[in-house]
Design a protein around this ligand. Structure first.
Ligand code: CA
Length: 428
């Protein structure tokens, strides 16, 4: 596994001045993504301060062996290379962006983020969503089964379901209100119409780097080497559709109308200073089965994750977004990222470069850190009041939902993920 090195040094600064003390993209981060500048083709870049460094434009300064994969419009081929190349590119980018000797050659390849369009970083072959947020699982379970919120398999099996890859989109994609079958508890038969209980889910996404062959599970000790990086993920959810359709096969049309992710792949290397110990399993909980036993002393991600809402009225009135929740990702995750990957492949299922895996909603064990409106409004029974005086149980047309993540640790420069946003659009 990769280790702390000079690229994480808090004293390291960039000649890109906006990078220094940048809340998301200081030189210690260096996340990769796909972007285009006006009139140009889509390509791979790295976020640095308020800019994107165009990697195709500095191909001559990179290892010849890397150029072909880095000149593609998506990151799949690059992510497939695995940790050694990923670390080597990070070292080179850190050098190019800190050493004044390279400034003249590199500066011309910087594009302002405000002038660029960002895209999904990979072609997502498969998207899977897990359910590792134990407090979310408990809160939701309690609404359906007050006596037994967590089902007996939860503490043995990292629960997940296969989502839909075609509707995974990058931050900024409009959230077209889904329609579907909904059946209020007092109605005799369902009806078809626009969802009345549209919700978000605050999640992290894992981008798979190197894959595994069909029939060859990834051992838990090697699982982190298959995770190229992380993003924010919003699993938009239509709760009324979900409540009616979810039995017996789980989520379907309540979820697959859109999944939004933040544009940047925050690399596993960039997050090394922010690794923390896992959630302590409550006394009496079973030990993970051997194939899920993770000996990594710091498998958790020390990230503060937030969800904010801004209504149309709030934006018109110049009011700041309202923070719906903030919490610590590691304190929400019953299963680690490595356990997710090991479990997913444990039956021989093959993961492929650029596959996207959601953690599931990351709610913590207090009311300030609930990762969905379903939990915050107690199933719609306790609406929240916003600064504008408006109330919300679920999302209304015109609402913008914003997810953020920030990593902080003693002795490290904090880094961020970049936002994951979406505005709800009504259907006429
Ligand atoms: Ca989810």
């Amino acid at each position: 596994m990769s280790r702390l090195d000079h690229t994480h040094d808090p004293a390291l600064i960039s000649w890109v001045e906006s990078a220094n003390r940048h809340c998301d993209f200081p030189i210690q981060n260096l996340p990769l993504g796909a972007f285009s500048a006006e009139g140009q083709a889509r390509r791979i870049g790295v976020a640095i301060g308020d800019f994107i460094l165009d990697l195709t434009a500095i191909g001559d300064l990179l290892d010849e062996d890397w150029r072909e994969d880095l000149s593609l419009p998506v990151l799949n081929a690059w992510l497939a290379r695995g940790p050694a190349d990923h670390t080597a590119l990070r070292h080179r980018l850190s050098e190019l962006l800190s050493d004044q000797r390279y400034r003249d050659d590199v500066e011309a390849a910087l594009i302002g983020q405000s002038e660029a369009t960002t895209y999904l970083p990979c072609i997502v072959g498969d998207y899977t969503d897990f359910y590792v947020g134990i407090y979310h699982a408990t809160n939701v379970g309690r609404q359906f089964r007050p006596d037994q919120p967590l089902l007996p398999n939860y503490k043995y099996v990292p629960i997940g379901y296969h989502g839909r890859a075609s509707s995974v989109r990058v931050s900024g994609e409009p959230v077209i209100r889904p329609a579907g079958q909904r059946k209020p508890p007092d109605a005799e038969v369902p009806e078809y119409g626009p969802s009345r209980r549209l919700d978000y889910e605050l999640e992290l996404g894992l981008w798979i780097g190197r894959g595994n062959r069909l029939g060859e599970p990834i051992p838990i000790g090697e699982a982190t080497d298959h995770i190229a990086g992380y993003c924010l993920l919003n699993d938009w959810s239509a709760r009324d559709l979900q409540a009616w359709e979810y039995q017996p096969l789980g989520p379907f049309l309540a979820k697959n109308f859109l999944t939004s992710v933040s544009p940047w792949v925050v690399t596993a290397d960039a997050l090394i200073p922010f690794r923390v110990s896992a959630m302590k399993r409550p006394k009496g909980d079973p030990e993970p089965l051997p194939y899920l036993r993770d000996d990594d002393p710091a498998p958790g991600l020390g990230l503060t994750i937030e969800a904010l809402i801004s209504t149309e009225q709030m934006r018109a009135g110049g009011l700041p977004p309202h923070r719906l929740s903030h919490g610590d990702a590691a304190a929400a995750m019953y299963w680690s990222a490595a356990q997710i990957v090991a479990h997913h492949s444990s039956n021989g299922c093959n993961l492929q470069p650029g596959d996207l895996i959601g953690t599931g909603t990351l709610s913590v064990d207090n009311d300030d850190g609930l990762g969905s409106l379903l939990e915050i409004s107690r199933g719609g029974k306790q609406p929240i009041t916003l600064l504008s005086g408006e109330t919300r149980s679920f999302l209304e047309d015109g609402d913008e939902l914003i997810l953020t993540a920030r990593a902080k640790a003693e002795g490290a420069v904090p880094i961020g993920f970049g936002d994951c946003r979406g505005v709800v659009v009504g259907v006429s």
